[in-house]
Design a binder for this molecule. Sequence first.
Ligand SMILES: Cc1cc2nc3c(=O)[nH]c(=O)nc-3n(C[C@H](O)[C@H](O)[C@H](O)COP(=O)(O)OP(=O)(O)OC[C@H]3O[C@@H](n4cnc5c(N)ncnc54)[C@H](O)[C@@H]3O)c2cc1C
Length: 425
Amino acid sequence: MTVVDVAVVGAGAAGLAAAHRAYELGLSCYLLEAKPRIGGRAHTDTETFGIPWDRGAHWLHSADINPLTRIAEELGRPYLARPRPFDGNLHLGDRWGSSAEWRAYRDEFEAAYERANEEGETGHDISVFEVMDNGSRWARMVHHIFTAISGVPPSEISTGDLAAYRDSGANWPLVRGYGALLEARYAGLPVELSTPVSAIDTSGAHILLETPRGTVRARSLIVTVSTNVLASGAIRFTPELPPRLQAALAHVPTGHANKVAFHFRRDVFGLPETSYVNFMDERDPSRPASSFQINPFGSNLAIAYLGGDLAEGLDRAGEAEMVSFARAALSDMFGTDIFKELSDVAATRWASDPHTLGAYSCARPGHADQRAALAEPVSERFFLAGEAVSPDWYSTVQGAHASGIAAADRAAAFLDRAIAAALPR
Ligand SMILES: Cc1cc2nc3c(=O)[nH]c(=O)nc-3n(C[C@H](O)[C@H](O)[C@H](O)COP(=O)(O)OP(=O)(O)OC[C@H]3O[C@@H](n4cnc5c(N)ncnc54)[C@H](O)[C@@H]3O)c2cc1C
């Protein structure tokens, strides 16, 4: 059977970039993907509503320095380069907040974000919760925004991790979708779809990967699955992953985020296109806050964004529960009559998707250094890639992309050394 130079597990942003780079370097490669599609957590759904909406990644984060922005430009994929795209409206349950109330909430979030960064930068790796004003009127809203950013509640977000993120402040949404951008970029890249890897044996001369289509043999290995998938044991490793790596996986879990998208037959909101609204019901302190993108690019969509335990809990409860939660907030903000114009609704299930088991990674307080442990080679010919491995752009597509390229370069360097040492070819 053929032996390839590098086997890449997972065709999300990291795996696609790794395989593409491997071919650029003249290596032979197998890219193995469990799902019947590429893109992983960057997936543009054009089927459900007949118009594109991103089930996962949507924003070019740090867009002015994000390498995917240039790729979008080269491929003629438009994005919306607006400053402060999350500025918008705040609804308080039975009325719209004033601009002063909106500003007060936003100032409080920005102050907490700055304090968290300062703590992290000065080596105090504590939880974001500790720098928040938890007794304040806006604490629930601020809690939601941090949770949406990180996938876990502020009590589980490390200030050291937060401070390590390279945020240029530019966040630009892709009009035709982030998943669609990856599909366009990597059209033609050879990939084995619907090929889940169930076991990997790195103990012999060649690395062996078990798949339903047979065993793949490779000289080097790049694994790009999420930290939760890796920790779940869905892929059996022989020998087992080293204890230091297992510890790092536990300290950098994949947090949760989900979206609920409502498609209406016409514009029922009367807001400018691509508006952003936040919802915090002051009548009921037990009700979690949420946020919505309204009419993105004039699409008649309302897309709810749920983070952390809420996103995970509703996901496990089922699509009907997710829809009902988001629908209740929309009803309070815009009235129940809007649903007379509802044409269809869909919810994402990233927490229960066995190939992701979450949305994006976040280091636990006190463990920001564990990302570096994920980035270390597992062995001289076995490398991890993926968003969680990125030291400064974790949780994003561009971080996954950069980690994939770096892993392919490392594999190539190993193979060069191997040739030099005349290891088995
Ligand atoms: C709701 C949501 C919103 C987001 N918003 C943004 C955003 O606006 N901007 C942004 O930059 N990022 C965003 N992200 C994060 C971004 O999507 C991820 O960071 C990035 O796509 C991760 O890429 P990856 O290659 O590391 O992992 P993945 O995309 O998870 O790729 C890993 C691949 O491995 C496959 N796989 C799993 N198990 C196996 C197996 N056993 N065998 C073979 N293949 C396997 C999976 O199917 C998957 O395709 C968002 C994510 C979510 C869920």
